[in-house]
Design a protein around this ligand. Structure first.
Ligand SMILES: Cc1cc2nc3c(=O)[nH]c(=O)nc-3n(C[C@H](O)[C@H](O)[C@H](O)COP(=O)(O)O)c2cc1C
Length: 370
């Protein structure tokens, strides 16, 4: 057990956003903890994300009269309280019964966009009903009519951006899930995809991942850039392409009309030999110039990491696991506490770097390995 004492309000005391991982480990069933924490294969890419972030140093500026910096920033042309969005993450009711609506409500209260996963365990309509900035993440289904229908549903529900994830032709081999024979419990399912081989995700078979079997039955493999062209033609919503690492793909995304790309290795959950996302960020930025916004995720664990991403030139970041850990620990209150910590950490980092706001942080110098 962790020796951090509970704080008032039922949220265990966390001194940093990163602290929620240890707290969550204490409350989650081991196989659920593993499903969230795990990467693919030997988890080299997972570890590489952290190692790469830790190697990026930022040169702080002095005597610039910064007292209480602003943290607000524009993402996809709209103002938000932080240069941060909640990453799309499947099946959030696995970690807490209040699931997606609780994390979305916390995001909205904190003034940051919440990205609904195609594989959310609450429908996009219910999540978006909370009213804050909500983006929809699309996994491409085998049935194109269902893709169309999902895009329409997201639009009707009030989502303000569409994020298509392109790094999942198949699910990366999540060996923790294979070893655990991981399957969804009966009360958690893909709420946006009723009847879509739901049985597969719930059928535990030792030595296999039921989630992987479900995904491979439902997701379309072998997509091409012409599919993204088709998608661009289906919606006027801002389009974000998530899962880019090669700068050439970033250019193709811009050519296809993407408004933003997310440089990501899916939190180390797809190709285990992939580089850290932040390692590729500078080349992607150079390749796309000002043709589209560039966000980054994979391994962001606190305000200092947001500063690193900004200093490298990103417009903002997606944060994944730390927010699920916080949801696991104390539901909505945990998510509120985590986002408040992240905002405070970013404010501290900006102050220490001598930046009055996130835009100024993008002018800071970085040294890799310095
Ligand atoms: C439990 C879990 C579920 C995820 N589900 C999705 C998903 O449904 N769609 C998607 O595009 N990415 C998904 N991701 C990837 C995240 O959006 C994000 O790229 C990644 O978690 C960022 O890394 P971080 O967790 O180190 O912050 C998932 C990640 C985790 C940990």
């Amino acid at each position: 057990m962790t020796d951090l004492a509970p704080a008032p309000g039922g949220v265990p005391l966390a001194a940093s956003l990163a602290d929620f991982a240890a707290l969550a480990r204490d409350v989650l069933p081991p196989e659920v903890y593993d499903f969230v924490a795990g990467g693919s294969g030997t988890e080299t890419a997972l570890a590489g994300n952290r190692a790469a972030l830790d190697r990026i140093t930022v040169l702080p500026r002095m005597l610039r009269g910064v007292h209480r910096p602003r943290t607000d920033a524009s993402l996809l042309g709209r103002p938000h309280a932080l240069p941060v969005a909640v990453a799309p993450m499947a099946y959030q009711r696995l970690v807490h019964p209040d699931g997606e609506p609780a994390l979305a409500a916390a995001a909205h209260a904190a003034g940051v966009p919440y990205v609904v996963s195609t594989l959310s365990s609450t429908t996009v309509e219910e999540i978006a009903a909370a009213g804050g900035p909500t983006w929809f993440q699309l996994y491409w289904l085998r049935d194109r009519a269902m893709v169309r229908e999902l895009v329409d549903r997201a639009h009707r529900a009030g989502c303000t951006a569409l994020m298509v994830t392109v790094d999942v032709p198949i699910l990366g081999p999540r060996l923790r899930d294979v070893r655990n024979g991981f399957a969804l419990p009966p009360e958690v399912s893909a709420a946006n995809l009723p009847g879509s081989r739901d049985d597969l995700a719930h059928a535990g078979v030792p030595g296999t991942s039921a989630v992987a079997r479900h995904t491979s039955a439902v997701f379309a493999p072998a997509l091409t850039w012409s599919d993204i062209d088709w998608l661009r033609g289906q919606t006027d919503l801002p389009l974000v392409v998530k899962g880019i690492l090669d700068p050439r793909d970033a250019v193709l995304a811009a050519d296809a009309g993407a408004d933003a790309v997310v440089v990501s290795n899916h939190g180390g959950r797809q190709l285990d030999a992939a580089p850290a996302a932040v390692t590729m960020l500078p080349e992607v930025l150079t390749a796309v110039g000002d043709r589209c916004e560039v966000l980054v995720d994979s391994g962001i664990r606190g305000g200092v990491d947001v500063l690193r991403a900004l200093a490298l030139g990103a417009s903002g970041v997606l944060v994944g696991r730390p927010l699920l850990w916080a949801l696991a620990v104390a539901g909505r209150a945990g998510a509120d506490a985590a986002l408040a910590l992240l905002a405070a950490e970013l404010r501290d980092a900006l102050t220490l770097a001598g930046c009055a706001d996130p835009a100024e942080a993008r002018d800071l110098r970085t040294i890799t390995g310095g």
